[in-house]
Design a protein around this ligand. Structure first.
Ligand SMILES: [Zn+2]
Length: 135
């Protein structure tokens, strides 16, 4: 989108935003309803310690070792959610999954991670044609 924020964030806010992006904490903040912006389903919104919100999939926690690293969320006694990142879950640990993993409106496509890269050697078609006009 690229529009500027009305208020310029402070340095720690940049760090928090980077952390939120890395963790996938992309839930709508209150007072917006805790609805997925993609499919409209209601998630269980939890605050994180860095000020962002995550929409967790409602329902019971699942065995953490079944969930991909980086997608394991835990809710502590204070109700805050935190991402277990790439730490190996403890034996018998259970975790929550973020809604975006099961969102019916989002599809993970093959090569998603590399989608920003352009194929080298492309983009110069159209120069060779049209070179022979005057004889
Ligand atoms: Zn959704």
């Amino acid at each position: 989108m690229g529009e500027r924020d009305a208020a310029r964030p402070r340095d720690w806010e940049f760090a928090d935003r980077a952390q939120a992006r890395a963790d996938g904490a992309d839930g709508p903040p209150p007072p917006a309803p805790p609805l997925c912006p993609h499919c409209g389903r209601r998630g269980e919104r939890r605050a994180t310690y860095y000020g962002a919100y995550v929409l967790l999939e409602p329902g019971p926690a699942v065995p953490a070792h079944l969930v991909e690293a980086g997608q394991r969320w835990y809710v502590d006694g204070g109700g805050y959610a935190w991402n277990g990142a790439f730490d190996e879950p403890g034996r018998g640990a259970r975790c929550r999954i973020p809604h975006h993993l099961s969102c019916p409106a989002l599809v993970l496509v093959d090569g998603w991670a590399g989608s920003g890269a352009e194929e080298p050697g492309r983009g110069h078609e159209g120069r060779a044609a049209g070179a022979h006009d005057g004889t």
